[in-house]
Design a protein around this ligand. Structure first.
Ligand code: HEM
Length: 253
């Protein structure tokens, strides 16, 4: 399953568009509300009312990619939820640009209604607000800094300042952190990582140790992907058994 989706992506997506798939995965998962236990990686971004929210600008094109892939897989007899495919493609975007190979567990159910956008970060947030948003969602300061390293690939297509976010936008590496230390960084939320001692120490650590960045990114990303408000089906129906088989084969991949 993973190998099939990977080769489809390699054949159809240009390297500079992988960032949009990773961001899509973050924006689907990032609606998780730890207090209410709602939202998360549940495919709710397929609702145009959610895709149309300003924080989700530029998510329509990667969503269309997901839907085309989903139709192709279904035509071949494999049914994956939108939520699963979004997260699988996000992880593959990291891998195909040279980052870690992150295991993806399947079995997410798609939500039947859009999520609220109030848990997604805004690029103008001050460091304290951003940390509060992440810690309130049960993510550590280390998770926040490691996940911010996703800005090593892709580009800002509409939000100022537009353009690439590090000098190697098609390679998942630790240049994002080196660039931050050199005075770079696209948004307030990136630059703000140098405004407190604990986050600065992590930026320095990842800038000098790419292996540590890859490990911590992978751990935080798996946690992000695992949070969703709908449970994995365990009914003994044909579709549930099919989902379980897909999950097992993916875990082995
Ligand atoms: C920490 C708070 C974050 C803020 C405020 C933020 C904000 C943004 C903004 C404003 C853009 C530009 C969107 C556009 O105009 O197209 C962007 C791009 C991007 N973000 Fe984030 N982001 C954050 C964290 C993350 C995380 C955790 C991930 C993934 C794990 C991520 C992945 C990406 C990627 C890959 C792009 C490039 C998209 C593309 O090439 O189309 N971001 N982000």
């Amino acid at each position: 399953m993973r190998a099939a989706v990977k080769s489809q992506l390699q054949a159809t997506i240009s390297l500079q568009d992988f960032g949009s798939l990773l961001r899509l995965a973050f924006h689907d998962a990032g609606t998780w509300n730890a207090g209410l236990k709602t939202g998360g990686a549940n495919g709710s971004l397929r609702f145009t009312s959610e895709t149309g929210q300003s924080v989700n600008v530029d998510t329509s094109t990667p969503l269309q990619t997901i839907q085309e892939l989903q139709q192709g897989l279904a035509a071949g007899g494999t049914n994956l939820s939108t939520a699963d495919l979004i997260q699988l493609c996000g992880a593959l975007a990291v891998e195909l640009t040279g980052g870690p190979s992150i295991p993806v567990q399947l079995g997410r159910q798609d939500a039947s209604q859009p999520d609220s956008d109030d848990q997604l970060p805004n690029p103008d947030m001050q460091p304290a607000q951003l940390q509060q948003l992440f810690t309130g969602g049960n993510f550590s300061t280390q998770d926040l800094v490691a996940l911010s390293g996703a800005h090593t690939i892709g580009q800002s297509r509409s939000v100022a300042p537009t353009g690439f976010m590090d000098p190697t936008p098609t390679t998942f590496d630790n240049l994002y952190f080196k660039q931050l230390l050199g005075g770079g960084g696209s948004f307030q939320t990136d630059k703000g990582l140098l405004q407190s001692q604990d986050t600065t120490a992590l930026v320095q650590h990842y800038a000098s140790n790419q292996t540590a960045f890859f490990q911590d990114f992978s751990t935080a990303y798996q946690k992000k992907m695992s949070l969703h408000g709908t449970s994995v089906p365990h009914r003994e129906s044909a579709s549930a058994r099919a989902t379980t088989r897909v999950e097992a084969s993916c875990l082995k991949a």
